[in-house]
Design a protein around this ligand. Structure first.
Ligand SMILES: [Fe+2]
Length: 396
């Protein structure tokens, strides 16, 4: 039986025309039991729509791992690695992840105390709160009235040594009920977005590229970002922007000689644009918090130089300058009308193309609101592919 794809329920705030190729609910596919023909159909749908929702699914950690691995059969380890290293303990991601003992590629994430869960006698989970990461915070009175923030827009990726996972699966085991919250951008635009409690917010990397004016499309197609070594340790002392889209430049990053031992050959340099393996479209895939440098190639011979930005190329190493340019390119795509804030129900499974979307944790829970999710992604067996020579000649 062919799988059926239906539009996801978009909030009133969403511009439906921008979701023509983004996010679908899948019916008629059992994530625990599928044939290779059915999987091929699912894979095509995933790369076409970048985020897929399945409702009312029963899924063991073993089956979740199997589904995730099917997208990259040669991958093996959790996206941030399976072994705890010294660097992991200093990483800002460390408190948010608890491993399922039977299936170490699957992490338990959420909020509150969870008992006797898949072999974990007791787990204390903490939903990341923007006050631990943002430079400015929502005051208590506003928070009590449901005002919140995007925590951190990101790609699921170690960005050092390991390759960014192709897909991530998120499975909702326990979803606390509560009133809606309102994300405030607090960046002078007045932008706000009403969201379900504890939503995960998604934006399309394709749209992020499409929205750019021609001179910034040219920068994007010629650009590469270099990530800091151990980026999550490096950024740990620094504070994020109020939109969760990158770091404020205050010189707070850890200096390179304070970091755990690192090897320049394991640092990641990626194209700004990643090519979709099926549609061949380009997605703007940059995890802004971890970027240290921007490298822009010169315009190709014969390209029109009128109005070009960095026509002769550039290597930007000033963090403030790097971040300002990235922010200018990425901020339009997180506007309220372009965000899909998923309204989680228990037994929802969301499968997303981690190389085609950016996503963020959102909202704040009280300690007694217990949320338990299983998350799986696998460090990929190959690196993302950047723009082709044809892409460069079209967009530069
Ligand atoms: Fe994530």
């Amino acid at each position: 039986m062919a799988i059926e794809l239906v539009p996801v329920p978009l909030p009133e705030t969403a511009d439906a025309s921008k979701f023509a190729n983004f996010a679908r609910e899948v019916k008629g596919f059992d994530p625990s039991n599928f044939t290779s023909e059915q999987f091929d159909e699912l894979k095509e749908a995933l790369y076409k729509y970048d985020a897929l929702l399945f409702r009312n699914i029963d899924l063991t950690p073993e089956k979740q791992y199997a589904l995730t691995k099917a997208f990259d059969p040669a991958s093996e380890n959790y996206g941030h690695g399976n072994k705890q290293t010294e660097a992991d303990k200093k990483s800002i991601l460390h408190p948010d992840l608890k491993t399922i003992p039977r299936v170490p590629q699957v992490q338990l994430i959420g909020n509150g105390k969870v008992y006797d869960h898949e072999g974990l006698a007791e787990a204390r989970l903490k939903h990341p709160h923007h006050k631990t990461f943002h430079k400015s915070v929502v005051n208590q009175e506003d928070e009590d009235n449901g005002i919140t923030r995007f925590y951190r827009w990101h790609i699921d990726a170690a960005l050092y040594n390991l390759s960014p996972p192709k897909v991530t699966t998120l499975y909702a085991v326990n979803v606390p009920k509560g009133p809606k919250q309102v994300v405030r951008y607090d960046d002078g635009t007045g932008d706000e977005l009403a969201v379900p409690l504890g939503t995960t917010a998604f934006v399309s990397g394709r749209t992020m590229f499409e929205l750019l004016p021609p001179e910034l499309k040219s920068v994007a197609v010629r650009g590469q970002v270099k990530y800091a070594p151990h980026p999550y340790v490096w950024m740990a002392p620094a504070k994020a922007k109020s939109t969760g889209l990158g770091i404020e430049s205050e010189g707070l990053e850890m200096s390179l000689d304070e970091l755990p031992p690192w090897d320049a050959s394991k640092q990641k340099i990626y194209p700004i644009l990643w090519k979709n393996p099926i549609t061949k479209e380009l997605s703007f895939q940059v995890h802004p918090c971890g970027v240290a440098e921007l490298i822009i190639a010169p315009l190709p011979a014969g390209a029109n130089r009128d109005g070009a930005v960095f026509p002769d190329g550039a290597h930007l190493t000033d963090l403030k300058e790097v971040r300002e340019l990235l922010y200018k390119m990425q901020r339009p795509a997180i506007s309220p009308n372009l965000v899909y804030p998923h309204d989680w129900h228990e037994k929802d499974l969301v499968l997303f193309h981690n190389r085609g979307v950016l996503h963020s944790v959102v909202g704040a829970f009280k300690e007694d609101q217990v949320r338990a999710f299983h998350q799986c992604n696998l460090a990929a067996s190959e690196e993302p592919v950047g723009p082709s020579a044809d892409d460069v000649s079209i967009w530069a």
